[in-house]
Design a protein around this ligand. Sequence first.
Ligand code: NAP
Length: 243
Amino acid sequence: MKKTAIITGAARGIGAAVALRLASDGFNVALNDLDEAGLAETAEACKKHGAKAEIYTADVSNYAACETMVKKIKEDLGTVDVLVNNAGITRDGLLARMSEENYDLVISVNQKSIFNMMKHCLAIMMKQRSGRVINLSSVAGLHGNAGQFNYSASKAAVIGMTKSAAKEFGARGICVNAIAPGFIQTPMTEALTDEQKAAILNLIAMKRYGTAEEIAGLVSFLAGKDSGYITGQVIEISGGLTI
Ligand code: NAP
């Protein structure tokens, strides 16, 4: 029987690339996002790899919606073996000008979602005595970033949650790791100005942005059989942005 991977924020960008890669690795995929049309496109592409690909439109910042979604995924696909917490947003701005609304929104989508999804998926993984959780953090969570006070806070929290859960669930055979990407070419970074993009490129040792497929390759490794003794780690994938 194929294993099941849940990918949040799978309608586009990194989430869509991860879904495709895990489908080609032999997983059935449960695809979550708010964008139903984007999810349908990702699902079609995953099915070409022979995977079952089911769509779940739900807001990952909503606890009850996550509970219902995970229950439905278990009913539809039988198991929950891999959880990729990828959905995330930015509402950038300097702290002095940041609204309470934009602070709360980013914390709720990027941070509380990890609690919501891990709480319900880990209950299933604990009974199976196996599982992998891969959380999308960011270099901003490791090092901070001017203009991303809310985003950096949420991504630093992801690291704390990853390490705590790794300690709580290691004895049950569950590995929990985080990925900290630098600048990856996706709709999220397309929003940057040309000036910002040029300044960032200058800082990257490899002088290029990363691709969503390169992130998907790392997720594939952390979800696969060769990474069973890696847990509680934060793996930076940034082309040498911070060295
Ligand atoms: P993206 O292109 O903006 O895609 C994010 C996806 O998440 C979108 O499809 C979005 O759907 C979905 N989403 C947003 N809020 C949601 C919610 N409440 N519930 C369910 N789905 C929701 O972003 P990306 O660049 O692929 O980034 C993916 C992850 O990597 C994020 O966690 C991001 O913080 C992290 N990351 C990205 C970079 C980078 O350079 N791109 C760097 C470091 C970390 P809608 O379109 O409907 O909003």
